[in-house]
Design a protein around this ligand. Structure first.
Ligand code: 13P
Ligand code: SF4
Length: 391
């Protein structure tokens, strides 16, 4: 149930002043009996009862309070936290039982980031975690290319992606056969693939990179020319920074391609002291106008290192805004309203179902030769490490 729906349902129950709020899913039945009029604080929920669940009311009340202590800064009410508490509680219990780790990308929703994630970060940080974790099970709250990357780096582990529709417009823009055709067309030119590609494309590439090290990986490649795929805009952003000639592909991110320089100019007029942070998947005009351009983790670092700045505009997926508001409560963030439809396929409910009883679509499996060849490209990326060029 989306937050807003919960809120609407709650408003109905609030008016009734003595009613039951039902929340049903995957065999869980939660009801909250609201005896008193809601007064806006945790104690005014007089009775909380959960039916047929493997935990006590006290455990769930504690979990709800834990969630509320993190999420109240972004406006989550105690009721909203109480509604998700059985899910986060059970997922956190299962993590111990399965020796599982939950890796979450920064574009995930706050209930995932602050409710269940063990590590939150950008594509590079999550790849590094996937390569080094001692867990037996990796639950990926992100998109499919990220979960596949985790599988290539830790093939002996079970890697779960709660919803296999969590794709990516960049990854979908190119196939392994497209890469082979490029290599036939440009014989001898090495291929750098952005991490936002599927495993079989990585297997055809010489090196992989993320937004946190694209320039360093390109510069590290032998030769005067490099095939850089599939992000045409990131390639255009790299071109003026490297001496190499870049041969690019035509992929774009459905989120970042939306931002234009006119919006940024208008924003600058309104908030002259604010810092503009843009992802390098944006068009070059936007990147040129930004104070900082880079990865999602690069944005976080920039904020942490710029105490003097109080207001930031985030030219990236809107999930970042909530994440950073919790992390930096003393700063103001102006986000955008562009959601990644793929990242948002992951919800607490499908995370729980994947951990309890995964179906085949939720378990990442890759052919052995794809793992072996993809690993070569990823090892090159990991050996370069984080080498962000921050404006
Ligand atoms: P980061 O690696 O910078 O987090 O970017 C991943 C992504 O998909 C951006 O759209
Ligand atoms: Fe892909 Fe863009 Fe979504 Fe990132 S934000 S996962 S690049 S579609």
């Amino acid at each position: 149930m989306a937050c807003q729906e919960i809120e609407e349902e709650f408003i109905v129950t609030e008016k009734a002043n003595h009613s039951v709020l039902w929340y049903n899913d995957i065999g869980i039945s939660v009801y909250l009996t609201l005896i008193n009029e809601w007064k806006g604080d945790w104690m005014s929920v007089e009775t909380l009862k959960w039916s047929s669940l493997p935990y006590t009311e006290e455990q769930i009340a504690d979990e709800a309070a834990r969630l509320h202590s993190r999420l109240n800064v972004i406006g989550w009410s105690p009721i909203e936290c109480a509604l998700i508490a059985p899910l986060t509680f059970e997922i956190n219990q299962l993590k111990q039982k399965l020796n599982a780790v939950v890796l979450a990308h920064s574009y995930q929703t706050p209930d995932i980031i602050y409710g269940i994630a063990d590590h939150v970060g950008d594509s590079l940080g999550l790849s590094q975690e996937a390569a080094s974790t001692s867990a037996d099970v990796v639950v990926f709250c992100g998109v499919k290319f990220m979960a596949e990357t985790a599988k290539i780096l830790s093939p002996q582990k079970t890697v779960l992606l709660p919803d296999d529709r969590a794709g990516c417009s960049l990854a979908a823009s190119i196939t392994a056969e497209d890469v082979r055709a490029l290599k036939r067309r440009y014989p001898g030119v090495l291929v750098v693939c952005y991490v936002n590609t599927y495993a079989d494309v990585k297997a055809e590439s010489d090196a992989c990179c993320t937004s946190a090290n694209a320039l360093a990986v390109v510069d590290d490649m032998p030769g005067d020319r490099v095939i850089f795929l599939p992000d045409a805009l990131m390639a255009a952003n790299l071109a003026p920074l490297t001496k190499k000639e870049i041969i690019s592909w035509h992929g774009t991110c459905v989120v970042h391609e939306n931002f234009g320089s006119a919006e940024l100019e208008a924003f600058r007029g309104q908030y002259p002291d604010a810092k503009v942070l843009a992802h390098t998947e944006c068009v070059p005009e936007v990147v040129a106008q930004a104070d900082m351009a880079g990865s999602t983790s690069g944005m976080e670092r920039y904020i942490a290192e710029h105490d003097e700045a109080k207001t930031f505009m985030l030219v990236t997926e809107c999930g970042m805004t909530d994440k950073l508001k919790v992390q930096f409560p003393d700063r103001d963030f102006i986000g955008t309203c562009v959601l990644c439809p793929f990242m948002k396929k992951i919800e607490l409910r499908n995370v729980l179902s994947a951990m309890k009883d995964p179906d085949v679509s939720q378990v990442i499996e890759l052919p052995e030769d794809v793992i072996r060849r993809g690993r070569v490209a990823l090892d090159r990326m990991l050996s370069v490490g984080r080498a962000e060029r921050v404006k």
